[in-house]
Ligand binder design. Structure first.
Ligand code: PMP
Length: 368
């Protein structure tokens, strides 16, 4: 309709304008593009090496960690984690459950290990706070957490330092590259992120694995999910998602040029604060379910309109759509109820959030 879309979808979602331009240019360049290059060609090898190096540089990943680009998305990792870190199904692993995705990960992990569950689920099935970190099971092979719960809007702004020896395993699918990570200080063993929020588009999963955790997967672990096999084969055990790797390479180049992860974090704080401020000052016209500011997600901000009144909410969505604002209500299977959700990943600019906030302020005025 001639209006530029402003995409606040929870993912797949906006790529920064410069990243989109660089992707388009891949098809016009003299050299062949990774979409149709052999994954075993020297030309693709250069792209792969560059993508790994840029991820390492952008996120300050120490040399004792391997970087893999795997298949299967976040869900693949729900199984891959226990299959790689537990040699048999009787081994224990602690699952910190504070939302939809850590709960899903737990369900899959139960097939491959003996989870010890520490959950903050409320009686009505909602999540509004983080579970306690006291008295964690010292026999756990690892402690699993999701650093940003995309559906519920709960984030660990800093990773916790656990009082036990077990390494942390982190699902950073929706916040990777938006804040620095203290890899060694927080005893990070494994971190993974599906690409479709902050580093690219669906079809690739970034996995960072500390090398001392390699070598003892379950005999049942399929090759395609096996960290040890994929490390040994230099990311080329089977056909890697070549084009997706090139997009990650471009994304990381863009991020580094913008000022790196500290700049991404500064923007994430500034963008989300604008929206939370408006919500908090709206005298209940907009509300968000997470009261505690120290765990409010900077990436995904759930909010309701006029107490969830459906007619007003629809009106809000239609008027927003007329201005190009899309992605606030997605057909998620997780029943987020009355809440809409604004997702403000790296690819969403400050200007775009300003447009959203101005629209919301104006809509509230017209309703009063
Ligand atoms: N973990 C988190 C935190 C997510 O946000 C998502 C996707 N929304 C997933 C896991 C699942 O990823 P996938 O759809 O790639 O399996």
């Amino acid at each position: 309709s001639g209006v530029t879309p402003l995409n606040f979808s929870p993912g797949p979602t906006s790529l920064a304008a410069e990243v989109q331009t660089s992707i388009k240019a891949l098809f016009d360049a003299e050299r062949m593009c990774s979409m149709y290059l052999s994954h075993r060609s020297p030309e693709f090898f250069d792209i792969l090496v560059s993508a790994v190096q840029r991820c390492r540089m952008a996120m300050n990943i120490p040399k004792e960690y391997e970087i893999l680009f795997m298949h299967g998305g976040g869900h693949g990792q729900f199984a891959a984690v226990p299959l790689n870190l537990c040699t048999h199904g009787d081994e224990k692993a602690t699952y910190l459950v504070n939302g939809t995705w850590s709960k899903r990960a737990l369900t899959d992990a139960s097939k491959y290990c003996r989870p010890v569950v520490v959950s903050s689920e409320n009686q009505d099935g909602t999540f509004t706070h983080n579970p306690s970190l006291e008295n964690l099971d010292p026999e756990s092979k690892y402690v699993y957490l999701c650093s940003n719960e995309t559906v519920n809007g709960i984030e660990w702004h800093q990773l916790p330092k656990l009082g036990i020896k077990a390494p942390l395993v982190i699902d950073a699918s929706s916040d990777f590259s938006t804040k620095p990570i203290d890899w060694v200080g927080c005893n990070v063993g494994v971190l993974y992120a599906c690409a479709s929020k902050n580093i690219g588009h669906p079809g690739l999963t970034l996995c960072v694995i500390r090398r001392d955790l390699l070598g003892t997967p379950s005999p049942l672990c399929p090759g395609v999910l096996c960290y040890t096999t994929n490390t040994r084969e230099g990311n080329l055990w089977n056909t890697i998602a070549t084009f997706n790797v090139e997009v990650v390479n471009i994304y990381m180049q863009w991020m580094i040029a913008q000022g790196g992860v500290h700049e991404m974090e500064r923007r994430a704080i500034a963008k989300s604060s604008m929206l939370y401020d408006l919500i908090d000052k709206s005298e209940g016209f907009y509300t968000t379910p997470i009261a505690d500011p120290t765990i409010r997600s900077r990436m995904n901000i759930p909010f309701d309109v006029a107490g969830g009144d459906e007619a007003t909410t629809r009106n809000f969505l239609i008027q927003g759509w007329e201005r190009g604002i899309v992605g606030l209500r997605t057909l998620t299977p997780f029943g987020v109820g009355k809440y809409l959700r604004a997702s403000l990943y790296n690819g969403v600019s400050m200007d775009q959030v300003e447009v959203l906030v101005a629209f919301m302020a104006n809509f509230m005025k017209t309703c009063r």
